[in-house]
Write a protein that binds this ligand. Structure first.
Ligand SMILES: Cc1ncc(COP(=O)(O)O)c(C=O)c1O
Length: 461
């Protein structure tokens, strides 16, 4: 079979089982088959170009087709295409990469454990936390606190941490030891009339009362994304983390900061932890660690955990965990090159320069009758579409209003992403220019007009 622009969609429908895709919709509508990318743009197999307003899946921070990175892949594949890190084996490039990450971490970190994806990295975090408490002789301290709307991955344990009911219901999840708290989503979750500051206080009280109800001796860790991504791009209310962190310290609960989307300049600092003044005990990195060019993730752990491993693991048993491709030399070489580019091109400075344009663009639609909320920080943002602005009433999810908007944006030349609750996300490559931001927002504006016309025509509002 030779694939061409005529048969690609059909062969996809007959062969590929897609993640997070409605099988019925896919068989009806078919795929968008992307076959090339350069800068902030991708091209489909028919030659149609799109501005990628989602950096792939929140990861292509440096844009497509960077020669320095493809050269790094080729050079490392020729030099050493694979070696592993089990049983004290190592590679020069994995060592360099771990050292480079420790040198750049937002708080002092002791060691780096490599994996392949954000999901497997968070799975590692969980096992590490349980192992740590077993080494410390605290077998009851195992429950994990997460939040509704969180996204921490799609494995059995990480989908349990994730706070999206659609990832639980048909999979018999969540697993027992996960507790979900209210999402720090002022627009949706704050009781009427409550300010951001009061809402943060309210959420801190909720945390403390759950700890007291369950017993601090049963709670091991609190997982949080600095800005929730896939759950709707939710920027926490002012002082939220300032109030949460002392409570975690007080009850000896580890703070796991999931930086899978926020790290590498997305929020206007190298790490989300810097934007929100966080002191993680453990951090999860993935996605933009390689700018999406190769699969790689990293768990950064502080000395607080590492010294317990040093003292106890010989006596009680090794950390029997890892993946064939943990510390794979090719993605490690890519991560090193990517870190170099972030710094040499001052990507943080670049984000700070253009982010106000995108944030103003998003908020310029706030008065539109379909937009309930418009929010974001740095080069990540979202709008929430509502049926009734005054009451914040949502559309029937079956109407697929945000999905329609995203299809129309694609028609007008920009790839955006709809998420549960009729949210539409913006997360472009960080190399985007102001003119390209205007172009992306223009495509969104046209799609919003089309959606408004559709909503009126079908009597949905
Ligand atoms: C915050 C966060 N954590 C974890 C993950 C899971 O990463 P992966 O899809 O690489 O398994 C994601 C993916 O979007 C994420 O956004």
């Amino acid at each position: 079979m030779t694939l061409d622009k005529q048969n690609a969609a059909r062969i996809d429908q007959e062969s590929l089982f897609h993640p997070f895709t409605s099988v019925a919709d896919h068989l009806r509508d078919g795929p968008l088959v992307i076959s090339e990318g350069s800068g902030v743009r991708v091209k489909d197999i028919r030659g149609q170009e799109y501005l990628d307003g989602m950096a792939g899946l929140w990861c292509v921070n440096l844009g497509y087709g960077r020669k320095e990175i493809s050269d790094a892949i080729a050079a490392q594949s020729r030099k050493l295409s694979f070696f592993h890190a089990f049983n004290s084996m190592s590679t020069d490039v994995a060592i360099e990469c771990a050292d480079a990450l420790l040198a750049r971490a937002p708080v002092p970190m002791a060691r780096v454990f490599f994996g392949v994806s954000g999901s497997d990295a968070n799975e590692t975090q969980l096992k590490l936390i349980w192992y740590y408490n077993n080494l410390l002789g605290r077998p009851r301290k195992k429950k994990i606190i997460s939040r509704w709307n969180a996204y921490h991955g799609s494995g059995i344990a990480t989908a349990s941490l994730t706070g999206l009911p659609g990832m639980h219901t048909l999979f018999d999840l969540p697993l027992g030891p996960v507790l979900h708290l209210t999402a720090p989503h002022h627009y949706r979750q704050a009781p009427a009339g409550m300010t951001e500051l009061q809402f943060s206080q309210h959420l801190a009280k909720e945390l403390e009362s759950v700890i007291e109800r369950e017993g601090a001796d049963t709670i091991a860790a609190f997982f949080a994304e600095p800005v929730m991504g896939a759950g709707g791009v939710i920027v926490p209310p002012a002082t939220y983390f300032d109030r949460i962190q002392p409570i975690l310290k007080k009850y000896e609960i580890l703070f796991v900061v999931d930086e899978v989307i926020c790290a590498f300049a997305r929020t206007g600092n190298m790490f989300g932890a810097q934007t929100f003044n966080l002191q993680p005990d453990i951090m999860t990195l993935a996605k933009a660690l390689s700018a999406g060019y190769q699969p790689i993730s990293a768990n950064l752990i502080t000395n607080k955990l590492y010294e317990v491993l040093v003292a106890q693991s010989d006596k009680l048993g090794i950390f029997g965990h890892g993946y064939t491709y943990s510390a794979h030399p090719v993605p490690a070489a890519v991560a090193l090159e990517t870190l170099k580019i972030y710094e040499e091109r001052d990507i943080v400075g670049k984000v700070r320069q253009v982010a106000p344009r995108m944030q103003a663009g998003i908020r310029s639609y706030a008065d539109h009758p379909l937009i309930g909320d418009a929010r974001g920080i740095g080069l990540i943002g979202a709008v929430e579409l509502v049926r009734d602005k005054a009451t914040k009433q949502s559309f029937d999810p079956k109407a697929g209003v945000a999905a329609y908007l995203v299809r129309r944006a694609q028609h007008h030349g920009a790839i955006l992403r709809n998420m549960p609750g009729d949210n539409v996300a913006f997360c472009p490559p960080l190399i985007i220019s102001e003119a390209e931001i205007d172009e992306m927002m223009g495509c969104f504006g046209k799609a919003l007009d089309d959606t408004w016309a559709m909503v009126k025509e079908r009597g949905l509002a």
